[in-house]
Design a protein around this ligand. Structure first.
Ligand SMILES: *[C@@H]1O[C@H](CO)[C@@H](O)[C@H](O)[C@H]1NC(C)=O
Ligand SMILES: *[C@@H]1O[C@H](CO)[C@@H](O)[C@H](O)[C@H]1NC(C)=O
Ligand SMILES: *[C@@H]1O[C@H](CO)[C@@H](O)[C@H](O)[C@H]1NC(C)=O
Ligand SMILES: *[C@@H]1O[C@H](CO)[C@@H](O)[C@H](O)[C@H]1NC(C)=O
Ligand SMILES: *[C@@H]1O[C@H](CO)[C@@H](O)[C@H](O)[C@H]1NC(C)=O
Ligand SMILES: *[C@@H]1O[C@H](CO)[C@@H](O)[C@H](O)[C@H]1NC(C)=O
Ligand SMILES: *[C@@H]1O[C@H](CO)[C@@H](O)[C@H](O)[C@H]1NC(C)=O
Ligand SMILES: *[C@@H]1O[C@H](CO)[C@@H](O)[C@H](O)[C@H]1NC(C)=O
Ligand SMILES: *[C@@H]1O[C@H](CO)[C@@H](O)[C@H](O)[C@H]1NC(C)=O
Ligand SMILES: *[C@@H]1O[C@H](CO)[C@@H](O)[C@H](O)[C@H]1NC(C)=O
Length: 829
């Protein structure tokens, strides 16, 4: 009996203790010393002191109580770390929070001036830490707490976000006081002080969400169109209208803010700014895996960053070049890196026949910095308003719901555009009359037809192909003239190129049997063949679509056959018959570099001295293409699979000149191909379609890193960040440990200083600006000497599309279940 009462007493005591330790309020007379916490009523959030990793600094913050991965969502003293654990949190009579050391020194405090009477502090279930007057009518504060009434709190942590936006938090402005709630990333993982990557709402007439890198815009959501932000991926994409999330943008006389909520209260989700990745991430907690899962990210790709293409240009990540002028516009300049487009026909303000509007479908609305809105105007009034002012360049409905309402007009050049493929979002851009809707009705009808019959995404692909075709023709013309110039530079005539007939090659390759297929290059498959005399050859069967005349083709082949260098694959001849175009090369029994480099057993054959030799020899081959040959060939597709190895593992560059033979542009309207070599292409090539010898230098830089690391630039995700190989190398470089990049299997053979020098040279080749990159002549010198090297600047394309691929994986998972995300990721426990 006594034992039983004792147990009961202990149980009661424990109950009391556990209750006592999970209080959610602090009163004037109390303090919160280091080591104790406040816990919200529903036990979701906890407020207390914490340290990060092995740092001894203490911070006051809020985290999820029940999530084993410590996830801090708010930090009070971001800028003022506490040096020991003797600090306590108190409330002052005047209604402020203060962190006080044991010597009564104020380490940090809030700053309210509102009159307080008996203030108390409470951690609400929403994760909001509030200071309020201890009035009767505030007692019942358990559920729907931080609703509209901004003035009911003396102070609230939701007004001073750290790097995390919780559901229900407001991002943006409270007009009455000028309070601007912005989310600012931590400097890095160990340091919660504010970094320079932030997220907020612009205060322009037509507000939008912006990510800033320092004071520069880095990503823009596009203005709200009544349903979603106009730059959100919509249409077929489930993510932006996901049933789990409700997004809103409120813009009235009192406030302008963004916030979101979850339709399922048992799901935990946050949005967090990540300085390391320069991403805003929306994460969902996956209880059964015990991890956060990335759900959405911004920016998603290069086209999602701020204004990559300049004015009046559309950014399409899967086309090449990525930047395309809008219809009715032409590039400002083809020769320079100058971005953007201009009207292709002269435009005169308010002059009949020289002024009108063309309707564009599914464009992200332009930057609203210079814009004006009226919520009650009709579209027709809006058009008139725009027409009357010569600086007005576009108009659109402010709200696209229903038949559309309101008016939004833009002044000055329209920037940061891209197709987001959602219907119902029309932008009317001002241009010469002859190009506007009325005169273009026929074309428009066609486009509309396509738009209604096929899903928008297909439309985008079609548009991409169409544009890249148009663009291609332009470059082709350019290219041809370059060739002519080259030829005019004087050349002796005329070497005989062996012409083979089709029958011979059919015989030699066993009728192009799959057994003979060596591989599939960008321009077509390659087969092994044996000629009657026993000579082994490689036959490249060019894809049919190579769009070039026979004579031109033959001329190009002759030119390339003349290029003779130890480190170039020899062109033996060609075959032009019927629709077929084929090239004959010497056969390389050891196949290509990638078959060694990325194979766990064969890579061991390539010890350091062999790899270094391959690097130097490849560099010399490329230099020959760029400079020593009269032709000045830009390879444009340099990569490990295009470096063949002979019996002695000497490298020979293959596929050179093919870009020329196949008519200027290597893309050939084949989008798979663009993606395939995406990881090797220089930024200026991908984005602007501008190539030069410096773009080859960029590709060489990647090749170099691949040879040293034994890893592919893409296809690899590094455990703690989603950098590609370039980003990984740059990170290690900045951290002063570039040696970690070196392939493990080189451990014994590697001359560290040589390898480090190579990495350094690689990073020089990968610099973002083409002008900063060395030319191949310098690279060859650098590889063979000990001259001091300059410090590399940040490389191009630090982050590739890994994250996006993650997302699409995610998307395909969710869309395969009938009930969307709630089933596939949250019900598995
Ligand atoms: C404070 O730090 C001291 C020394 O590091 C440690 O012994 C003590 O347990 C800590 N107290 C609390 C409440 O964390
Ligand atoms: C944390 O610990 C790791 C490994 O013990 C060490 O390399 C690192 O320098 C430490 N960081 C700080 C900030 O002390
Ligand atoms: C606190 O108030 C002072 C004086 O009004 C002001 O200068 C300071 O910026 C404020 N600090 C914060 C964190 O609001
Ligand atoms: C909230 O307060 C009301 C009124 O005091 C009470 O009836 C209700 O049970 C409380 N709800 C929760 C979840 O504590
Ligand atoms: C940024 O994201 C990476 C990868 O998810 C993570 O390792 C890192 O800790 C994050 N940084 C911050 C400051 O949260
Ligand atoms: C802030 O931006 C500058 C310039 O872009 C950069 O050098 C610096 O490292 C950034 N600061 C942080 C904390 O990342
Ligand atoms: C909410 O999510 C939980 C899992 O976290 C699931 O069990 C429940 O069915 C969901 N509720 C609704 C209404 O979808
Ligand atoms: C989560 O767990 C499931 C099985 O429980 C597994 O299939 C899935 O890959 C895990 N996801 C992550 C991101 O670890
Ligand atoms: C907005 O448009 C309506 C209708 O044309 C007009 O009455 C109103 O004055 C306009 N408001 C402003 C601020 O221009
Ligand atoms: C046109 O709009 C601009 C920008 O709002 C304004 O500065 C200018 O005065 C307007 N011009 C006319 C003629 O209304």
């Amino acid at each position: 009996m006594t034992i039983f009462t004792l147990i009961l007493a202990i149980a009661n005591l424990l109950l009391f203790l556990s209750k006592a330790s999970s209080i959610d309020t602090l009163t004037l007379s109390q303090s919160l010393p280091d080591g104790t916490t406040l816990v919200s009523k529903d036990e979701t959030f906890e407020l207390g002191f914490f340290s990060l990793r092995n740092s001894t600094n203490r911070y006051l913050g809020i985290w999820f109580k029940n999530i084993p991965v410590k996830t801090v969502v708010w930090v009070a003293n971001r800028d003022y770390p506490l040096k020991d654990n003797s600090t306590k949190l108190i409330i002052t009579n005047d209604g402020n929070l203060v962190l006080l050391t044991k010597n009564n020194k104020v380490q940090w405090s809030t700053n309210t001036t509102t009159k307080a009477s008996r203030p108390i502090l409470q951690l609400l279930n929403t994760g909001n830490l509030v200071l309020r007057n201890d009035n009767e009518d505030n007692k019942n504060n358990n559920k729907s707490s931080n609703n509209n009434n901004e003035d009911r709190f003396l102070w609230q942590s939701f007004d001073y976000p750290s790097d995390t936006l919780l559901p229900g938090m407001k991002l943006g402005w409270y007009r009455k006081t000028g309070l601007n709630r912005r989310v600012i990333a931590w400097k890095n993982w160990d340091d919660p002080s504010p970094g320079n990557f932030s997220w907020g709402i612009t205060f322009d007439s037509n507000p939008e969400m912006v990510l800033w890198k320092g004071s520069f815009k880095y990503h823009r959501s596009g203005p709200w169109n009544g349903i979603r932000f106009s730059g959100a991926f919509g249409g077929s994409n489930r993510l932006s209208t996901h049933p789990l999330f409700v997004y809103k943008l409120i813009n009235n006389d009192d406030e302008v803010y963004y916030s979101y909520s979850l339709t399922n209260k048992s799901v935990i989700s946050i949005v967090v700014m990540n300085q390391t990745l320069l991403r805003r991430q929306r994460n969902i907690w996956i209880p059964e895996n015990g991890t956060w899962r990335l759900f959405q990210t911004a920016p998603r790709d290069i086209c999602d960053t701020y204004n990559p293409c300049g004015s009046y240009a559309n950014c399409m990540v899967d086309s090449s070049p990525v930047c395309q002028c809008l219809e009715g516009f032409k590039p400002k300049s083809l020769d320079t890196m100058e971005q953007g487009c201009v009207r292709s026909e002269p435009w005169s303000c308010k002059v009949e026949g020289r002024d009108g509007f063309r309707k564009f479908v599914g464009l992200k609305f332009p930057d609203t910095t210079h814009s004006w809105i009226n919520k009650s105007m009709t579209l027709e009034e809006c058009k008139v308003k725009c027409w009357e002012n010569c600086s007005c360049t576009a108009y659109a409905n402010l709200d696209i719901r229903g038949a559309g309402s309101g008016c939004s007009i833009w002044f000055g050049d329209l920037i940061d555009l891209k197709v987001v493929s959602q219907s119902g979002q029309y932008l009317y851009i001002r241009m010469a009359d002859s190009q506007t809707d009325a005169k273009d009705a026929h074309k428009k009808k066609e486009l509309l037809l396509i738009g209604t019959i096929v899903p928008p995404i297909v439309l985008v692909i079609l548009l991409a192909i169409f544009y890249s075709y148009k663009r291609k023709r332009k470059y082709e013309e350019e290219n041809v003239s370059v060739v002519k110039k080259d030829e005019a530079g004087g050349q002796e005539h005329s070497m005989e190129l062996p012409l083979f007939d089709l029958a011979t090659l059919v015989n030699a390759t066993n009728n192009f049997s799959t057994d003979n297929k060596l591989g599939q290059g960008g321009f077509g498959p390659v087969y092994k063949g044996v000629l009657a005399g026993g000579q082994e050859i490689a036959v490249k069967r060019l894809s049919r679509s190579s769009g070039q005349g026979l004579t031109e083709f033959k001329n190009e082949v002759i030119l390339c056959a003349k290029l003779q260098h130890r480190n170039l694959v020899k062109v033996l001849g060609c075959c032009i018959e019927e629709e077929e175009k084929m090239l004959l090369y010497e056969y390389m029994p050891n196949k290509s570099l990638d078959s060694f480099l990325f194979d766990s057993t064969k890579s061991k054959i390539l010890d350091w001295s062999k790899r270094f030799h391959i690097l130097c020899a490849t560099a010399r081959g490329l230099l020959y293409l760029h400079q020593d040959s009269r032709l000045r060939i830009i390879h444009r597709d340099l990569k490990a699979s295009n470096i063949l190895l002979d019996n002695n593992l000497n490298p020979k560059i293959s596929d050179f000149g093919l870009a020329r033979m196949c008519g200027g542009d290597q893309i050939e309207g084949n989008t798979n191909r663009v993606v395939g070599t995406y990881g090797y292409m220089a930024p200026e090539y991908v984005i602007h379609g501008l190539f030069s010898t410096k773009s080859d230098v960029f590709s060489f830089g990647i090749l170099l890193l691949e040879i040293i690391s034994g890893k592919k630039n893409r296809e690899i995700t590094y455990p703690y960040h989603s950098h590609n190989l370039i980003g990984h190398a740059w990170k290690l470089w900045k951290e002063g440990i570039p040696g970690e990049l070196i392939d493990n299997c080189l451990q014994d053979s590697c001359i560290i200083s040589e390898a480090l020098r190579c990495i350094h040279i690689g990073l020089l080749c990968l610099q973002r600006q083409p002008n900063d990159r060395p030319n191949m002549a310098s690279v060859v010198v650098m590889l063979s000497s000990d001259n001091e090297l300059t410090q590399p600047k940040e490389p191009g394309f630090l982050i590739d599309r890994v994250l996006i691929e993650e997302e699409s994986q995610f998307r395909s998972q969710t869309s395969s279940s009938t009930n969307g995300v709630t089933i596939s990721i949250l019900d598995a426990r």
